[in-house]
Design a protein around this ligand. Structure first.
Ligand code: DQA
Length: 154
């Protein structure tokens, strides 16, 4: 089982940027926690961060046929990017969208995620722990799909 973690713009600044909103952990520290969960559960995991919309779209397309699940925090692009949504719809890989902050408690322009409609579900507002919840969720979704396929073949 392989999961791709895709991180959008400014998430490379975690640990520095607006700590009262995003907390003290760096992206690297968050990824270490996800790696730990992955190891314990026999999951292969890869990480990608970009500040560029097109690079994120390329990465989603590259996931086609090579990963079983996607965890994505499109960050600011959540609120603007039809391109990222279309890419997620195109590859049709089980996806969980993550936000560190609770986007529904914030400015009006953050309260709508365009990309979220392409995900199985959205986890928002639990700080860095949102990523851990996303790992559990995407893992469960993939296990259920494997189980469903087994039953189809019976
Ligand atoms: C964010 C919320 C977005 O509105 C913001 O642009 C981000 C981070 C979050 O994880 O809370 O960069 O996606």
């Amino acid at each position: 089982m392989k999961i791709s973690v895709i991180q959008g713009p400014n998430l490379n600044m975690l640990g520095i940027r607006e700590q009262h909103i995003y907390g003290p952990l760096t992206l690297e520290q968050i990824h270490l926690g996800m790696e730990k969960y992955a190891k314990e559960n026999d999951i292969e995991i890869e990480f990608f961060q970009s500040n560029l919309e097109g690079e994120i779209i390329d990465r989603i397309q590259e996931a086609f046929g090579s990963v079983d699940g996607i965890i994505i925090n499109p960050a600011a692009f959540s609120h603007t990017s039809i391109g990222i949504k279309d890419a997620l719809m195109a590859v049709n890989i089980p996806t969980v969208e993550v936000h560190i902050s609770n986007i529904y408690q914030r400015e009006e322009f953050r309260q709508k995620s365009i990309t979220a409609g392409a995900s199985m579900g959205v986890i928002t507002g639990f700080g860095a722990f949102s990523y851990h919840l996303a790992m559990i969720s995407v893992h469960q979704i993939i296990l259920e799909q494997i189980e469903a396929k087994k039953n189809e073949n019976k």
